[in-house]
Design a protein around this ligand. Structure first.
Ligand SMILES: [Zn+2]
Length: 125
């Protein structure tokens, strides 16, 4: 099994951001959109044991919320922009931004937990 202490703590986070196994950086982190692989196909690391829980949605909202609120405010002040165009455009941008950012943030959190040794802890019964 790969040893998390042999690499810098930020490296698993960076690998998670790239949807890669936090241990080796080669295997895929997800088998579907947000569904983690149980075991890394490249190195056999038990990446499915790490649970990010509610952290990724919370952090995604925290990152995107102020930006989207600012965009909404700016667009509402532009009277020359037609409402029928700005509302759907902002909605599509928000949905696209969330769908793009959420798996990356989840990967980064999984990488952070990996670097903290979460995969080495025994599961409670
Ligand atoms: Zn791996």
């Amino acid at each position: 099994m790969p040893n998390a202490s042999s690499s810098p703590a930020w490296l698993p986070v960076l690998r998670g951001l790239r949807h890669r196994c936090p241990a080796c950086g080669e295997g895929k982190l997800y088998q579907r959109y947000l569904k983690q692989m149980d075991v890394c196909a490249a190195c056999g690391a038990p990446i499915g044991k790490i649970r990010a829980e509610d952290g990724p949605p919370w952090l995604t909202v925290l990152c995107l919320g102020p930006f989207l609120a600012g965009l909404t405010f700016i667009s509402s002040r532009q009277e020359s922009w037609p409402m029928w165009l700005t509302l759907p455009a902002l909605s599509l941008f928000a949905i696209g931004a969330v769908l793009t950012l959420l798996p990356r943030i989840k990967g980064a959190i999984i990488g952070l937990f990996w670097s903290m040794g979460a995969h080495e802890q025994e599961e409670d019964a």
